[in-house]
Design a protein around this ligand. Structure first.
Ligand code: NAP
Length: 214
């Protein structure tokens, strides 16, 4: 797939690198310096390039939105037309200090985003694990028991794309339902952050969902 990264920080930088290593064509965009984007692309290998948000979106099969909530409007403005595009979002609707969700219970950041870009196909994914786990999970991807990663969205084809991209970085995708389930997954992301950064296990914390045996 051709994947455009909108926001090339901790989340976008790591996921873009792993997708490039997994064989996808990746374009990193949206950082404070073009040098950083070029360095990220060089580090990620032959499948990766640096560009503007508009270039990243132009021929993309999927886009990852990975910016602070306060930067969403700016990056969308620079990206331009997203009509029909698969837009994976890991961006959480956090306040400026990153201490609390500014949206919740009756709607979610993912639904607000879908309202902003009504012609795009929004899927919420990747926000329920800290970025520190991505490389370790990717390295262990051939193991039988992979960590789970919940995702949700309203468009079946976009969810297939999301599931494939989740698998490609080493997680087992768990379809949590329609986009409004992000009302539950976004607070789950805060719980995971709480456990990862303030608990005793350090930031390398993923999770696995299991069914009880029959
Ligand atoms: N980090 C996590 O573990 C984690 C986990 C779950 C969900 N999330 C969510 O994922 C989203 C991204 O988080 P993150 O940790 O990846 O954030 P981040 O490291 O701060 O990355 C944000 C990106 O936006 C760029 N940016 C910020 N201001 C800009 C500006 N004025 N012009 C151009 N580019 C600008 C940054 O540029 P620079 O690279 O130059 O700084 C960076 O590349 C957030 O919504 C967060 O809530 C993060």
């Amino acid at each position: 797939m051709r994947i455009g990264i909108l926001g090339s920080g901790l989340m976008g930088g790591k996921l873009g690198t792993l997708w490039a290593r997994a064989g996808h064509d990746v374009m990193f965009s949206y950082a404070r310096s073009a040098d950083k984007l070029r360095a990220l692309a060089a580090e990620a290998g032959n499948n990766a390039r640096a560009g503007t948000p508009a270039e990243a979106a132009k021929d993309a099969d999927a886009l990852l939105l990975a910016v602070h909530w306060l930067r969403v409007d700016d990056v969308l403005k620079q990206t331009g037309n997203l009509s029909g595009k698969v837009l994976l979002t890991c961006s959480l609707p956090m306040d400026e200090a990153n201490t609390r969700l500014v949206i919740g219970t009756t709607t979610s950041g993912a639904e607000e985003l879908a309202n902003k870009v009504q012609t795009a196909k929004v899927v919420s994914a990747f926000n329920t694990v800290p970025s520190e786990v991505f490389f370790g999970v990717y390295e262990a991807r051939r193991k039988a028991k992979r960590p789970s990663l919940v995702y949700c969205g309203d468009d079946a084809n976009s969810k297939k794309v999301a599931a494939e991209l989740i698998r490609d970085v080493g997680f087992e995708p768990v379809d949590a339902g329609p986009l409004n389930i992000a009302r539950y997954t976004e607070p789950l992301a805060l719980l995971m952050g709480q456990l990862a950064y303030r608990g005793t296990e350090g930031p390398e914390l993923a999770y696995r969902l299991e069914r009880y045996p029959e």
